[in-house]
Design a protein around this ligand. Structure first.
Ligand SMILES: *[C@@H]1O[C@H](CO)[C@@H](O)[C@H](O)[C@H]1NC(C)=O
Length: 295
């Protein structure tokens, strides 16, 4: 609690902190947990924790130091399990709840964690330029893993049990090979409920415990392809982008997205002029899209 100055003759002001306290409104900010993306680690996201501490002094910011750099290509379910353990222990010592801020691939890791952990206490989940509806584009990251390989060929490598051991293959979505994607991709079709599975009800219930979903992305990203995947939109078989509300997983509400939207708890933030690796170091993005939710 902030110390309050006693102002003679204004008893209401003196009482205010006590009233707030009685109403359960203390002024402590909830801890913020940050999860990195592919080929990076906590060091790259330090700018973000600086912004938070600057705007909301006293906030505990935890940059998870796990599966960094080369290790970040580990299979997605493995990442969900490992990050899940760390996030769970932070939540257990934070009964007031936490916020989850996840960058790029980390956004999908976090969605896995939110789906799998019952009784989690995440209030706001911020997905910062994540390929939420999948990735289909030969960008620098893809080329680093598959040199000289056009995006049209990646499905051959990805959609089998060896390819699935590589994180990017777990969310590679080739719109021209949908049946192979549904059959052989072991991660995204399950998480998005595009493929029926027995966990769907439970995962949806867990995911819907969040109070707010914040989706951030923009047209100059250069890595997430289509960039609208950061807002749950994706290509159809002609590579036209179909917006979130016309996606089957939205219409069928397979994992709770439509419910969150109907509840008024979905916030979409589009920012132009931001390259993929600059999302977390751009103060304008932070003030326009994030800071208001981190309370
Ligand atoms: C920061 O973000 C704003 C949009 O919020 C954008 O106009 C600007 O170009 C960005 N700056 C950098 C260095 O990425």
């Amino acid at each position: 609690m902030r110390s309050s100055r006693v102002i003679p003759g204004s008893p209401a002001l003196v009482l205010l902190p006590l009233l707030l306290l009685a109403a359960g409104c203390t002024d402590a900010y909830k801890p913020v947990i940050i999860v990195h993306g592919i080929f990076d680690g906590p060091r790259e996201l330090a700018g973000l924790s600086g912004f938070i501490e600057e705007s909301h002094p006293g906030t505990e910011v935890i940059l998870i130091d796990l599966l960094n750099y080369k290790l970040s290509i580990a299979p997605m379910w493995k990442q969900v399990n490992e990050f899940g353990k760390v996030i769970k222990s932070i939540m257990q010592r934070s009964p007031e709840g936490v916020h989850l801020l996840c960058f790029s691939q980390g956004g999908l890791v976090c969605r896995g964690v939110l789906s799998l952990i019952p009784n989690h206490n995440v209030h706001t989940f911020i997905s910062l330029s994540s390929p939420l509806a999948g990735q289909f584009g030969d960008t620098e990251y893809v080329n680093r893993l598959f040199p000289d390989c056009a995006k049209t060929k990646v499905h051959l490598f990805c959609y089998n049990k060896w390819g699935q051991k590589l994180s990017i293959c777990d969310y590679w979505k080739d719109p021209h090979y949908t049946s192979a994607y549904l059959r052989n991709n072991l991660f995204l079709p399950l998480l998005n409920g595009e493929k029926e599975n027995s966990y769907m009800t439970e995962w949806k219930e867990n995911f819907l415990r969040i109070k707010k979903l914040v989706l951030i992305g923009g047209p100059d990203d250069g890595v997430i392809t289509p960039w609208q995947s950061s807002h749950f939109a994706f290509y159809d078989s002609e590579e036209n982008v179909v917006e979130m509300r016309n996606q089957e997983f939205y219409v069928k509400d397979t994992f709770g997205l439509r419910t969150l939207d109907a509840r008024g708890d979905l916030s979409v933030c589009v920012q132009s002029g931001v390259k993929h690796v600059e999302w977390h170091s751009n103060f304008t993005v932070f003030t326009s899209c994030m800071v208001e939710w981190l309370v």
